[in-house]
Design a protein around this ligand. Sequence first.
Ligand code: MF3
Ligand code: CO
Ligand code: CO
Length: 269
Amino acid sequence: MRYSTQLDHGKPIPLYDEAGFAAMRVAGRVAADTLDFITPYVKPGVSTAELDRLCEEFMRAAGSIPGTIDYHGYKHASCISVNHVVTHGVPSATKILHAGDIVNIDVTPKFQGWHGDTSRTYEVGAVSILAARVVRTAHEAMMAGINTVRPGATLGDVGAAIEAVARAQGFSTVRDFCGHGIGQVMHDAPQVLHYGRAGTGVVLEPGMIFTIEPMVNAGSYQVKTLPDKWTTVTKDRSLSAQFEHTLAVTETGFEIFTLSALTGSLAGP
Ligand code: MF3
Ligand code: CO
Ligand code: CO
């Protein structure tokens, strides 16, 4: 691993070689497999603690360690965020899913020291037209951001593409949380904002590895974190959806490490 000559907020940006890519392919596969595995369990009546337990069991059986456990004091194998919960929802035995809910499950397994980080928002039973539109828009926003990634493009291009998709639906993107560099460290440089101005910011170079993980709110972009210090909700209690992939900048574009092997697709709604 070497570093870019560019800094992001004063921090060096790693550039990974083929060995790093190979390790991230495996870690990303474990992360995507975890979400494929949990999909059939996301049903009315299940608790978010039970979904977390199943995710943990799967990640450990796959030879990985949930990277979130003991991360800055976090105690769970996943973050599970329901409806107006934007991110870092804490799994709970008393939080039961009901038909009509939308629920994001975010997992970050560490396999042989390397992190895969991915999330999807699932629909529980039949959901409202608005809920379905927020979920679809979050996925489309993430993919629009990913599709800008190539050498010479900028992180501003990524953020602007994401924000444009959300705004076209009358939705907003959260500003208080961002995508991030990732590898042997879960949260590294660069910061990947989900809004911004095209042509500004860090210039993408082959070998950069980061997540793109836009949170799209049906209402305002403003959020607040609850007294548990983790659970973050929309200030106006509007619905929020999120998708996350871990990807690399290649010589010609991008490589997504957290694609679903099951569907061979992008596993969107
Ligand atoms: N997976 C989250 C992300 O996308 C990070 C969770 S850290 C935790 O960056 F401590 F909240 F679990
Ligand atoms: Co992430
Ligand atoms: Co994540």
